[in-house]
Write a protein of this length. Structure first.
Lengths: 159, 159
């Protein structure tokens, strides 16, 4: 197999925490997985967003560490866990579950996927901004990421 | 400052941020945070554990990607989220919550902390093993990480 094809396969397999593994997973496990990923995203982005908005003191090293970790986490492709049959809580599941996901996700899956990919791109830019070490660049890009979070939540998450 | 020292400092600061932030957080938020982190740990370690045990085919690139991401995630120090008052589900909380944490965590917090740090060390070794690219080294170390998972779950997680 060509090296590029191999890398592509590896990427597919890793995205495959998502696709492959999730195709076999129970719906409540997919719900739990996406919520866990998004919560870890929030735990890392939260402080960066607050630093960007001047709500907490700017700390270059902490910001950089959060940004690097966030970049790694979003490669888990949370969008792939919004599989069919997970638009409602799963009744009678062994795992307690709920979902704030709106039906629009399954009505326009390509649009939803694009919105999530936009978030991943902005997070990539945030990690690169953090590597410059320039406070203003970092804060501005934190604002951009925050906008993609809000945009997606407005459209696809119940209030 | 040396690059490694810088990374160490950044990690310490971020761990610091999580301690401080969590001291102010509601107990149900701490429970949700630690469960999300541990779920993301499981989503990444799961396939590596299965590759190590020969349950799914070995894929060097996928393994390496999981290991790198896992190394980043465990620096979130999930042990810091087992704060006082989170040994029981929080009644009446807005966020649905439950916990499988056993009272031993709060009875012997230093022992629990050591066990979690051992896990972090073994995950660090796993990432280094993945960077060698040697299949046997990677599989053996996946086994070692699996043992620390199981050890902690046996002692500190309800069945």
């Amino acid at each position: 197999m060509h090296r590029l094809a191999k890398i592509g396969l590896a990427a597919a397999l890793v995205a495959g925490v998502s696709s492959v593994a999730m195709a076999q997973a129970k719906p409540e496990e997919a719900i739990r997985a996406r919520q866990a990923i998004m919560r870890v995203v929030a735990l890392n982005f939260g402080p960066m967003g607050k630093m960007g908005a001047g709500e907490i003191p700017f700390n270059r090293d902490a910001f950089a560490a959060y940004a690097t970790r966030l970049e790694a986490v979003v490669t888990m492709n949370p969008q792939n866990f919004f599989v069919p049959g997970t638009d409602q809580p799963v009744a009678g599941a062994k795992i307690a579950n709920f979902t704030d996901a709106r039906p629009e996700i399954w009505q326009s899956p390509e649009k939803f996927k694009s919105a999530m990919e936009k978030m991943q791109q902005e997070v990539g830019k945030l990690a690169r901004a953090a590597r410059t070490g320039d406070e203003k660049t970092m804060k501005v890009q934190a604002g951009e990421v925050g906008k993609t979070c809000k945009g997606c939540h407005d459209d696809y998450r119940s209030k």
